[in-house]
Design a protein around this ligand. Structure first.
Ligand code: HEM
Length: 435
């Protein structure tokens, strides 16, 4: 069949609905039109599947048939060296260079750093005053990533970067990301001009740090230092602009995602007394100070984190654009069409996850899920580079916080998901307080 599968027709309506209710809009489309369905977006038509067989077809295909989605449109905003926008050989080479930093020995070197930063933040939570979890988790994950990626151990420099990154991410608006004509200087007023100004400020800060790093030339182990010493395929060094865009892409991909996942985790754990009791009991078995390696091996904590990322994935859909034709579930798709994995669609299948809308970590204790059934970090050649790091961080932050404080939700009401700056996270501010 060479026609596209059925789906909603209006890109504007679909996008507005997605921004307000990302999970509901994708689940409704599959219910209404079946799987696969065609999803109209500002980046063109995307054929989406949440069927494990369809996902297998997409992820088993030769990576060469795909290119990054929206690279032309988004490169002027996110930077043309941003990993999420690279394709082909450049993409492969960049991943190869950065990958070791997020695995094996290197990963374990971050353990104490993560527990230390968490203790420092959690130690400042006021005894009775409520605090917003997302913001608090974001402060922790930003500190972690600034130290791990940029190696910023000096508190004042880290605080300056944290402020610059926070402002830059907040200034990134879907309006100018997707509508080119809104990228106008407008006499220095407006969202685009503001974003450009903040980008220049962050780049200047980064340039100063690079100059200091080059002058000191001492061996360091953070990702920025590795890239400073690294060489491209043609043997040349990375210039400041390339380094900046790579670092910003890692910081952008890595801090709000983990913070949203941690927020959902604290929310779900504190809404279900039996989950909370089981988790606290498991955590009590650990010696103090926490041994990061022991924390990562806890089965119930692992099940809690897996269930959080199943029920509330921070990326409910991931896409690529076809460079070559592909047959997906009987449809012959032409080059230029995009394909998407409906992560939320597969994660909410009742045949795989009975009572899929309920938070039930136990399901991960009694069954193992395959790479085409459970994929909060996407898959194939673009699978999240920081997946192992993110899970490690989630477990360590949760264990540290829950060992340090007894917490409660200030209001126990259902919270749905909505699009935040770069991820899908809780739509409402969730507040907690020390119990
Ligand atoms: C709970 C936290 C996180 C979740 C759920 C998450 C999820 C994802 C997903 C779904 C993708 C797209 C994968 C695909 O297209 O198949 C992705 C890409 C990516 N993530 Fe994560 N992520 C998280 C944390 C992190 C962290 C901590 C880092 C780095 C420090 C990171 C770095 C990246 C990068 C660089 C990419 C682009 C990979 C590429 O295009 O080759 N992520 N992430």
């Amino acid at each position: 069949m060479s026609r596209l599968p059925a789906g909603p027709r209006n890109a504007l309506f679909t996008t507005v609905r997605y921004l307000r209710d990302p999970f509901g809009s994708l689940l409704d489309a599959a219910r209404r039109y079946g799987d696969p369905f065609t999803w109209p977006t500002f980046l063109g038509k995307m054929v989406v599947t949440g069927d494990p067989g369809g996902i297998k077809t997409l992820l088993s295909a030769d990576p060469e048939i795909y290119e990054a989605l929206g690279a032309d449109l988004l490169a002027p905003v996110l930077g043309e060296n941003n990993l999420i926008l690279l394709s082909g050989e450049r993409h492969r080479a960049m991943r190869k260079l950065q990958n070791p930093q997020f695995h094996g020995e290197r990963l374990h070197a971050y353990g104490r750093l993560i527990t230390g930063i968490t203790e420092e933040h959690a130690g400042r939570w006021p005894p009775e005053r409520p605090f917003p979890i997302q913001q608090t988790m974001q402060a922790i994950s930003l500190d972690v990533i600034l130290q791990a990626v940029l190696g910023l151990s000096e508190p004042a420099t880290r605080a300056a970067f944290a402020e610059a990154v926070r402002s830059l991410v907040a200034a990134l608006k879907p309006s100018f990301m997707f509508i080119r004509t809104l990228r106008r200087p407008m006499f220095g007023l407006g969202a685009w001009a503001r974003f450009q100004r903040l980008r220049a400020t962050t780049l200047a800060l980064f340039g100063k740090e690079l100059a200091a790093r080059r002058a000191r030339a001492e061996p360091r182990e953070d990702i920025l230092s590795l890239m400073l010493a690294g060489r491209k395929e043609d043997g040349s060094a990375f210039d400041d602009q390339e380094l900046f865009e790579q670092m910003i892409s890692l910081i952008g991909a890595g801090h709000e995602t983990t913070a949203s996942a941690l927020t959902w985790a604290l929310y779900h754990v504190h809404r279900d007394p039996s989950v909370k009791a089981a988790l606290l009991e498991e955590l009590q078995s650990l010696a103090v100070p926490l041994d990061p390696e022991a924390v990562t091996k806890l089965p119930y904590l692992n099940a809690v984190c897996s269930e959080v990322l199943r029920l509330d994935p921070v990326a409910p859909i991931v896409g690529r654009r076809l460079r070559q034709g592909l047959t997906l579930q009987g449809y012959d798709l032409h080059p230029g069409v995009s394909v998407g994995i409906g992560i939320i669609n597969v994660h909410r299948r009742a045949d795989l996850y009975p009572e899929p809308e309920l938070f039930r970590p136990e399901r991960f204790l009694t069954r193992e899920y395959g790479a085409f059934e459970y994929l909060p970090f996407g898959g194939g050649s673009r699978r999240c580079l920081g997946a192992a790091f993110a899970l490690y961080e989630m477990k360590l932050v949760l264990a540290t916080v829950l060992r340090l404080h007894r917490l409660r939700l200030v209001t126990d009401v259902p919270v749905r998901a909505a699009l935040r700056n770069t991820t899908v996270g809780p739509a409402a501010t969730i507040e907690m307080a020390r119990a």
